[in-house]
Write a protein that binds this ligand. Structure first.
Ligand code: SF4
Length: 347
């Protein structure tokens, strides 16, 4: 699939750029504005730097118009890859938006059928739903072990698992995570923790952290706190709800998929009132001592929500800090100081 050189280049960059995913930045800055979210720019950097094995090996790249940044950036990305398929995503939860999402799934089904020559039918969709539901259940089971004091696994290790969730073979991944859970459940029963019992516990909430974005979690966990949960798409938002697989027809199963994705409380939805309740619920469930609201710089949906959510959480007596950052390591010192002060506040 990849040449030895590509594999070597990929691993080398992961090691050198372990604080984020800034690749080929000079080339990216020539075609995209500087003040664009790092997640989008990093996708371009992966392509222009030739460091992403998945981009290179895919016959079809599916992009979703979740926010304006992505929507406009795909117009440029289209010129860099051979096969980009774009899905329109609803931004409200109205009946019309639900129909839009459903019709986008139907169009995607046709595209995948045309590409693969395989028909998506009730039985194989049912089987696929089961596989993904099992995968979600396994990661959710792992998350629940983190509610223990002390938590048996670090936030960084859990984040890596949540990141691999998106790219590993689903059946193999599920088996491995379930074996790990058995180990973690024993550790939890024996009160063996990845950090001492009295370590301040943090719930991190906001933008997704795609691999290898480990900057903020590394700073938090090397400055006296442990992350016990992620309220994020790379985290509990991705595993919380399952797809109902009891539908008797293909249409019913597609409806169930739409239902599942329509329940997501991503900041691209407006209004997005459920998210605040979920943060509060997770804060209690995971016995956190404070919330870090994380947004990638220039991410309008999450940055705007963060201000209101911080106010609401503080009003309810939940210590909260807002952090906006990018994938570079330039602000690492400043972040460290702010996190240290926050950890002191919740200790
Ligand atoms: S992090 Fe924010 S700006 Fe970036 S792609 Fe996601 S929603 Fe868009």
């Amino acid at each position: 699939m990849f040449t030895e050189k590509q594999t070597e280049r990929y691993s080398r960059h992961i090691i050198l750029k372990g604080f984020g995913a800034d690749f080929a930045t000079e080339q990216v800055d020539k075609i995209l504005p500087r003040n664009l979210c790092a997640l989008i720019k990093s996708t371009f950097g992966f392509k222009l730097g030739g460091v992403c094995p998945y981009l290179e090996a895919s016959d079809l790249i599916i992009g979703e118009n979740t926010c304006d940044g992505k929507k406009k950036a795909y117009e440029v990305f289209k010129t860099l890859v051979s096969s980009l398929y774009i899905m329109d995503m609803p931004q409200t939860k109205s009946p019309e938006s639900r129909s839009l999402l459903r019709s986008e799934y139907l169009k995607l089904i046709s595209r995948i059928e045309a590409l693969t020559g395989n028909k998506i039918a009730k039985d194989n969709l049912n089987k696929a739903i089961d596989i993904v539901n099992e995968k979600r259940k396994a990661v959710y089971r792992l998350s629940k072990t983190r509610a223990n004091i002390p938590t048996p696994i670090s936030g960084l290790d859990s984040l890596l698992i949540n990141q691999i969730f998106f790219c590993e073979d689903p059946v193999r991944f599920t088996n491995q995570i379930n074996s790990l859970c058995e180990e973690l459940e024993i550790r939890a029963k024996s009160q063996i923790g990845s950090f001492p019992k009295d370590t301040p516990r943090i719930l991190i909430s906001g933008c997704p952290m795609a691999v290898p974005n480990w900057k903020l979690p590394s700073i938090i966990e090397t400055n006296g706190a442990v992350i016990v949960a992620e309220e994020s798409c790379v985290g509990e938002r991705g595993t919380r709800n399952l797809v109902d697989n009891t539908g008797a027809t293909l249409d019913a199963l597609i409806d169930s998929i739409v239902d599942r994705y329509f329940r997501i409380d991503c900041a691209i939805y407006s209004p997005n009132l459920d998210r605040f309740e979920h943060i509060k619920e997770m804060y209690q469930q995971y016995r956190a001592n404070g919330v870090v609201l994380y947004s990638i710089q220039f991410c309008t949906p999450y940055s705007i929500e963060a201000t209101a959510i911080e106010k609401q959480l503080e009003k309810e007596g939940i210590p909260t800090i807002r952090i906006e950052t990018d994938y570079s390591s330039e602000d690492a010192g400043q972040l460290k100081t702010r996190i240290q002060a926050f950890v002191e506040r919740i200790s």
